[in-house]
Design a protein around this ligand. Structure first.
Ligand code: ADP
Ligand code: MG
Length: 490
């Protein structure tokens, strides 16, 4: 079997979080009745003129600064001509030779599959550019038998198109990049990241070549992938298709393909148009976009701490593993929750706090399909649970019970943990007297373990501790039980 190298470049459309459209004052709110949010500019009434949206430009600059790109002091809006019923002007306003953001890069962590033998590794993907453009309208095929409806609410919504170099070498790398980009634009508050509503969608450019080849192979472009799973599956399918095609003597043709999510295959949509087919030309209705250093500096000052910097800080400040810090910084809300817990339990217990969030909290959120903003145990409530474990009032196991109780009660009191400990008499049995009696009973009931332990099998002690914890319904301190048992058996 001859080896092949996969080459992937992504173009991502991130819908910017502005109130009004890229070149008009119409609302961008999702879900309105068709054509109720399309003004004269959006439906291209003669004589209407576009005006660039300042907020959208600022968001593009925010992005550019966050990825260490160059912000162009002068960029140009161009008309990209093509005909489609959902494009009333006959052209889309975009940016061509002079995009607002040039260069930059995104570093991601790739969790490769076992077969590749690469484990987890870091990879930096270079960006070519990011430019501002407007979205097109939407064709509605389902509601009209034999006809197509047109909804222009989406026409003119601001998009930032982010284009990478062909730097990715597997579907796993493409997905890792897309996830990092997704959390970055949400983090920067420039995109709501809602993939079901189409706020973040990717086109994947895919080709294959022999390892060591200087030239890239001919690529196909898979359009409009709106989930990470589809992105991964469609690239895997397309790579196999191209290899099979070449191996059987065929050649790949440059074309645009669609991913059919029902059968898991890509199919040809149209042959790829070249740039000259679009007759790009500067839009005479719009002035060149001039961005001065003062404006950039002001936006730079407003940037939040970025995920990569925060991850490094968490590792240094709290002694977390790379992996833990990575999870805690997947979103701003998650990292804020974490630092709130740590501010209460203290840095000495930062690791325990991380474990609780990555374990118990995450699994409850996943089980109920909630995000961190919808959590039913607040940072303050979790902090108190952890403090009660650390100060020996309750065991870890009881801590989990209390966590689950607060979750299901959806309790809002800050001292929920203490309230439940008192109400349910969850305090650890630590007074030696009562524990003494219970331990004697455990020893009497387990002569086999006792004999084995006495004949030198130290590990049997764990079984006895387990029995004792059961007898106390988990309310004893395992450490203390361990020590008392050893004393009794010595
Ligand atoms: P176009 O303007 O026609 O879309 P670009 O040259 O701007 O083409 O590239 C678009 C995307 O395709 C970029 O993300 C780029 O990295 C990627 N790309 C270009 N050539 C290849 C190739 N041979 N294989 C895979 N991806 C490619
Ligand atoms: Mg393109």
């Amino acid at each position: 079997m001859m080896k092949w190298e996969q080459v992937i470049g992504l173009e991502t459309h991130a819908q910017l979080s502005t109130k009004s459209k890229m070149f008009s004052g119409a609302s961008t709110q999702f879900g309105a009745a068709p054509n109720t949010q399309a003004c004269a500019v959006d439906i291209a009434l003669p004589g209407s003129l576009p005006v660039a949206n300042r907020a959208a430009i600022e968001q593009a600059i925010r992005f550019g600064l966050a990825v260490d790109a160059t912000i162009s002091p002068r960029s140009v809006f161009s008309r990209k001509h093509y005909f489609y019923p959902d494009l009333p002007k006959g052209y889309q306003i975009s940016q061509y030779e002079f995009p607002v953001v040039q260069g930059g890069s995104i570093t991601t962590r790739v969790e490769a599959n076992e077969r590749s033998g690469l484990g987890v590794y870091e990879k930096t993907i270079r960006l070519i550019r990011a430019h501002l453009e407007e979205d097109a309208g939407k064709s509605l095929h389902e509601d009209f038998a034999g006809m197509t409806g047109i909804d222009l609410n989406r026409a003119g919504i601001p998009l930032l198109e982010i284009v990478t170099e062909p730097d990715m070498r597997s579907a796993a790398e493409a997905v890792a990049y897309a996830k990092t980009l997704h959390s970055l634009v949400v983090w920067l508050n420039i995109c709501d990241g809602n993939m079901q509503e189409g706020s973040f969608r990717c086109d994947a450019n895919v080709s294959v070549r022999r390892p060591g080849d200087q030239e890239f192979g001919i690529r196909t472009e898979i359009k409009n992938l709106n989930s990470f799973r589809f992105l991964e599956e469609s690239i895997q399918y397309e790579v196999c298709r191209q290899i099979r095609l070449i191996n059987s003597g065929g050649t790949v043709i440059q074309e645009t393909r669609l991913y059919d999510t029902n059968c898991g295959k890509t199919r040809a949509m149209r042959s790829k148009e070249n740039a000259h087919d679009y007759r790009y030309l500067p839009d005479p209705d719009l002035m060149p976009l001039i961005i001065d250093g003062e404006w950039i500096a002001k936006i730079r000052r407003s940037l939040p701490e970025l995920p990569n910097a925060m991850r490094r800080r968490f590792i240094g400040q709290y002694g977390l593993l790379e992996y833990e810090a990575g999870i805690l910084t997947t979103s701003q809300a998650f990292s804020t929750y974490y630092e709130q817990v740590v501010s209460r339990v203290g840095i000495a217990n930062a690791k325990i706090a991380a474990n609780w969030m990555i374990g118990e909290l995450t699994s409850q959120l996943n089980r109920d399909g909630l995000n961190i903003q919808q959590t039913r145990v607040s940072a303050i409530q979790l902090a108190l649970i952890i403090m009660r474990i650390v100060d020996g009032t309750i065991s870890n196991k009881i801590g989990k019970k209390i966590f689950s109780t607060i979750w299901h009660e959806n309790a809002s009191d800050e001292i929920a943990a203490d309230r439940i400990i008192n109400a349910k008499k969850f305090k650890q049995i630590s007074s030696s007297n009562s524990l003494d009696t219970i331990l004697d009973e455990v020893l009497a009931a387990n002569p086999k373990f006792v004999n084995e332990y006495l004949s030198g099998k130290d590990r049997v002690l764990n079984a006895l501790v387990g029995q004792a914890m059961k007898a106390t319904k988990g309310q004893a301190n395992p450490q203390q039980v361990n020590e008392l048992l050893k004393k009794k058996l010595s």
